[in-house]
Design a protein around this ligand. Structure first.
Ligand code: ME8
Length: 511
């Protein structure tokens, strides 16, 4: 039986249109999901939208819409982005769905029945934008440490006994050293806990756009408790009650941006422990994109629009750039100029050129056909071995979420392939040794095939296009390279982008 794995994106707030940062997390998860499927796993992959909370209620009022209308519209933008980015998710969850409301209320009752919820009163400085309370001592220049405006509020509210989990969490991290990735984030969480955990307020009465607390509907469930529970909803809880024996849950990986590690690596395991469910297998966190050197913001007009990139340059090019530019875990800068340079130097000049020149050479000078050679030269064997080790190294890197290194290793394979061709010179062999010319073309094409298979998780569209043009059915990809190859309707992969046209490319979101 196939080993199961459950991969999740965060569920995105519907207070703004999706931008390149959201696209990033979704693409990272998609690449990992496609890689795992390629390695033979049975993958469940979910994404969705986080739709409750005061902020969203207020945004809807501003537009003279009901929260439901407002969330329907923005959630649709996130959903519609998925096919544009070529995302292979199995589920799309909205927190306003009935199935999710049931799960949250069931989860709440479990927490309550197990004695981890009590009614109290909350006094403090509330940051509406970030939906969080702070003590006076935590404020920075009169604002919350997250930068939001704050108001002093007193409200009756339910608390979760987070303080009871200090030792349990520390023990859990100790026993599961890989739970938080990368290690630097793990250290931050551990030192946060060591400063002492306070109980967490988990209900609100100052607005109504949320999931009602069971048996006390004046309160709505705190948006983070609501949002985190989406992962269980997707995995069929509570009907699928025994998550500890569910192989998807036991192998679940939540990919998140670095700013929400605390919610996923601390609150979430504590909530789960309180109802007797094991924490997920791993929380994998990544860094943040700046846009052209600055924080993305509507007022600066520098919000990079993933849909526009896909329309102009294709989803594969965007997926490639997102993974190649940013060392996973670090912050980075998204720039159109850099995007075009990487595209031209790697996708057009190196990989695209390699594929296009071999395929068109076979069309023109080998009657569209190449056969497996009877014998291979030392050069052929060395070349094949070199590519094999590039691919092995690439896979070792992707397993550890080093997506940029995985691509770097495959780029080495493009370079080696171009070098092999340049050394073997099939264009000269055409006049001196046609048999050897064909052998060289076959050997190169076989390695193009291997590299293309390895690239598939990042560039599914062009991989399929290439395989089609060498007559290989997509369902047979990853199988042994056929001994006769016939070229059919080749298409040019990754035509060069004219950088002199850069001014003409409209890549920013309209406000
Ligand atoms: O936090 N660079 O939703 P959110 C990289 N609803 N990634 C970015 C980014 C940027 N500039 N901007 C956003 C929430 N992201 C909650 C999550 S989960 C139970 C609830 C990505 O819409 C990054 O992954 O603010 C971040 O974690 C996610 O979008 C946050 O999306």
């Amino acid at each position: 039986m196939k080993q199961k794995i459950f991969i999740t994106t965060p569920i995105y707030y519907v207070n703004a249109k999706p931008h390149i940062g959201h696209a990033y997390t979704t693409v990272v998860c998609d690449v990992y999901a496609r890689f795992c499927r390629m390695m033979g796993y049975d993958v469940k992959f979910s994404t969705g939208t986080d739709e409750h909370g005061k902020k969203i209620e207020q945004s809807a009022i501003k537009l003279n819409e009901t929260p439901k209308e407002f969330t329907n519209n923005i959630s649709k933008l996130f959903r519609d982005l998925l096919p544009v980015l070529n995302i292979s998710n199995d589920d799309f969850i909205r927190t306003t769905e009935e199935r999710h409301i049931n799960t949250v209320q069931h989860f709440w009752n479990k927490l309550y029945d197990n004695g981890y919820i009590y009614l109290g009163e909350y006094k403090g400085w509330y940051d509406i934008r970030n939906e969080a309370y702070f003590d006076e001592s935590e404020l920075v220049d009169g604002k919350s440490p997250l930068g939001g405006e704050v108001t002093y509020m007193i409200e009756p509210c339910y608390f979760f006994k987070l303080s009871a989990f200090e030792d349990k969490l520390l023990k859990f991290y100790e026993e599961n050293p890989e739970f938080i990735f990368p290690i630097s984030r793990r250290n931050e969480i551990i030192s946060f806990i060591k400063q002492g955990l306070k109980d967490l307020s988990i209900s609100r009465t100052t607005f109504s756009w949320g999931i009602p607390v069971p048996n006390d509907p004046k309160h709505v469930v705190y948006v983070w408790l609501d949002a985190l529970t989406n992962y269980l909803t997707v995995n069929g809880y509570p009907e699928n009650e025994d998550q500890n024996n569910d192989n998807y849950w036991q192998n679940s990986i939540h990919f998140v941006g670095k700013e929400i590690v605390r919610f996923h690596a601390l609150y979430w395991p504590a909530f789960l422990m309180a109802v007797g469910i094991n924490p997920p297998k791993q929380i994998v966190s990544h860094g943040w994109w700046l846009s052209e050197g600055e924080k993305m913001s509507k007022s600066l007009g520098n919000v990079q629009d993933p849909v526009k990139y896909c329309k102009l340059f294709g989803s594969d090019a965007l997926r490639y750039y997102l993974l190649r530019e940013l060392p996973f875990g670090a912050d980075g800068n998204f720039s159109l100029n850099n995007f075009i340079n990487r595209y031209n130097s790697v996708l057009a000049n190196s990989y695209g050129n390699l594929c296009n020149r071999v395929i068109s050479f076979i069309s023109k000078y080998a009657n569209n056909t190449v056969h497996k050679p009877f014998t291979f030269t030392d050069d052929d064997i060395n070349f094949s071995n070199q590519i094999k080790s590039c691919i092995e190294e690439a896979f070792d890197n992707i397993k550890n979420y080093s997506f940029h290194k995985y691509l770097e290793k495959l780029e080495n394979a493009f370079t080696l392939s171009n070098q092999y061709l340049d050394n073997q010179k099939p264009w000269l062999l055409r006049n001196s040794d046609v048999k050897r010319m064909e052998d060289v073309l076959y050997v190169t094409l076989e390695q193009i095939y291997n590299i293309t298979n390895a690239l598939y998780p990042v560039m599914p569209m062009s991989s399929e296009k290439l395989l089609k043009s060498i007559g290989i059915d997509i369902n047979n990809m990853h199988s042994e390279f056929p001994s006769i190859i016939q070229i059919v309707n080749p298409e040019v992969l990754f035509p060069r982008i004219d950088i002199n046209n850069i001014e003409k490319f409209d890549v920013y979101a309209n406000n």
